[in-house]
Design a protein around this ligand. Structure first.
Ligand code: COA
Length: 178
């Protein structure tokens, strides 16, 4: 088994061949209700990829071992971004699970794997995430992992025709229960 592998999932750094799929996902209206996405070209996708590689972000593709003996399916990506080594914190974001794979516990499992890697391999002390307060799905995923609300920024984003608050969730390593 790999470092970031479970019975169902493999998480590994995004490779250039994953980019066309991940770009399509950023165009998928079903997945962008709670995520701010501008239409993105392959040029900009490439620039984004170069930036995350240069920044040292831990941006991982999520592969699902759907059928035994078959190639794992690329579901989406999740990552720890803006890593601050001095203060030992990072931001968790960009998780998207396609509709047909939702409800199987995959978002929770992938996030758990990443968070444990962040705390116990990267030695992070704190992981935060900015979430729209009506994104019940991801709030449930984060709550199951032990994230709690730390604060709210009012009218912070203009999204789908309205200004929306954003809630900052966080988890400290000392509060994480394996
Ligand atoms: C949010 C999202 C990642 C959840 O993915 P998922 O794989 O279906 O989630 P899981 O199956 O791991 O669910 C974990 C828990 O959250 C709950 N949950 C998931 N989606 C939910 C929803 N829309 N409303 C309420 N609860 C929800 C599940 O019931 C489960 O709780 P339980 O264990 O108590 O039953 C997925 O719906 C998605 O990709 N949404 C669009 C993109 C997005 O908003 N991403 C988050 C911003 S970065």
């Amino acid at each position: 088994m790999r470092i970031l592998e479970s019975d169902r999932l493999i998480l590994k750094p995004i490779e250039p061949e994953d980019l066309p799929y991940l770009m399509e996902q950023r165009w998928d209206a079903d997945l962008t209700d709670y995520i701010i996405h501008n239409p993105i070209s392959s040029y900009n996708q490439q620039k984004w990829y170069e930036k995350i590689c240069q920044n040292g972000d831990v941006a991982l593709s999520i592969f699902y071992k759907e059928k035994e003996g078959e190639k794992p399916v690329l579901l989406g990506a999740v990552g720890l971004y803006d890593i601050n080594w001095r203060h030992q914190r990072a931001t968790w974001k960009t998780l998207r699970i396609p509709k047909q794979y939702q409800g199987l516990g995959l978002a929770y499992e992938a996030s758990k794997m990443l968070i444990e890697y962040g705390f116990y391999t990267l030695n992070l002390n704190k992981i935060t995430s900015d979430i729209f307060p009506d994104n019940e799905g991801i709030i449930r995923v984060l709550a199951k992992l032990g994230f709690t609300e730390e604060g709210r920024l009012k009218d912070h984003y203009f999204h789908q025709g309205q200004f929306k608050d954003v809630v900052i969730y966080s988890l400290l390593r000392k509060d994480y229960k394996k």
